[in-house]
Ligand binder design. Structure first.
Ligand SMILES: Nc1ncnc2c1ncn2[C@@H]1O[C@H](COP(=O)(O)OP(=O)(O)O)[C@@H](O)[C@H]1O
Ligand SMILES: [Mg+2]
Length: 279
């Protein structure tokens, strides 16, 4: 089944990249990463669509205050409207395809339509970020198969690592390569697993480390991405750095002078990005 989906999707010829944000375990930070990576990419001038692919337990819309918007992805997947009508422009510049919180909407949805829905709009973007559900069911298989790359979200705990390995294997079965791992919520527990140990177990590179940061929770309470809520916070910097790595111009945020933060942090990052791009 995976193979067939891949064959249909792989035909895309556009310049866009579809990245599925996945983890075996729930609650590790997929939605947080999807939202903030998407916003970070937008901030550096990349046209980005963030999709709430978790159609049974949707919560990406909550971060952007779009969870009540209609139509939503549920209406698209029940064949009631065109996908373009369910995409909303957020004030950060990112485009969002939210999913409603309704169980009835979920029941009407047919995820088999998802690959076609995404390929209908992907050409309009540089990046399509898909917030995937937890687990390894058929829905997950579709999300892995339609991606160009999978970003695995892990926390430095054994259960999360073990489930991450299963996602990696499933991605490989779907013919989709892994972009790397995002190690989220570091610095929370004394004696947590280290990056080297995790890379050795998963056989994937940890391309980003997102520290435990209370700004993330506070941002969600204010219905914002952490990049909007607190652009200079450690997690915002880490997400900006991840976005820059993905677009291919790596900048170590810790090496940017402190005085920079007195000016507009995001503007500075954008200028650095453009400088690299124009080289
Ligand atoms: N780096 C972090 N620091 C603090 N809290 C975090 C961090 N990452 C995620 N969280 C919190 O953990 C919870 C689960 O995150 P979420 O992104 O919804 O996970 P998932 O989508 O994988 O289920 C949320 O309440 C979120 O605010
Ligand atoms: Mg989630």
């Amino acid at each position: 089944m995976l193979f067939i989906i891949k064959l249909i999707i792989i035909k895309h010829t556009g310049d866009f990249m579809i990245i599925t944000i996945a983890s075996g375990k729930g609650g590790v930070g997929k939605t947080t990463t999807s939202a903030n990576l998407g916003v970070a990419l937008s901030k550096i001038g990349k046209k980005t669509l963030i999709v709430d692919g978790d159609i049974s337990m949707a919560n990406l819309g909550l971060i952007f205050n779009f969870e009540k918007n209609r139509p939503s992805l549920h209406d698209v997947l029940s064949g009631e409207c065109d996908v373009k009508d369910a995409i909303y422009k957020h004030k950060t510049g990112a485009h969002i395809l939210p999913t409603s919180l309704s169980i009835e909407g979920y029941k009407r949805s047919d995820l088999d339509l998802f690959p076609e829905v995404i390929s209908d709009v992907a050409d309009d973007y540089d990046y399509v970020i898909i917030d995937a559900p937890a687990g390894l069911n058929r829905d997950m298989a579709i999300h892995l198969a339609i991606a160009d790359k999978v970003l695995i979200v892990l926390t430095p705990e054994l259960f999360s690592i073990a489930d991450g390995i299963k996602i990696k294997q499933s991605s490989e079965m779907a013919g989709t390569s892994i972009l790397g791992a995002v190690l989220n919520r570091t610095g929370r527990d004394f004696g947590e697993m280290g990056i080297d140990e995790i890379e050795m177990i998963v056989h994937e590179k940890v391309i980003s480390t997102i520290p435990e940061d209370e700004n993330i929770r506070n941002a969600t309470l204010k219905r914002m991405s952490v990049i909007e809520y607190s652009p200079k916070s450690p997690s915002s910097k880490a997400y900006m750095e991840l976005a820059l790595k993905i677009v291919g111009s790596y900048v170590d945020m810790n090496k940017i002078e402190e005085e920079v933060y007195n000016k507009s942090f995001i503007d500075k990052v954008k200028r650095i990005f453009l400088r690299f791009k124009n080289k």
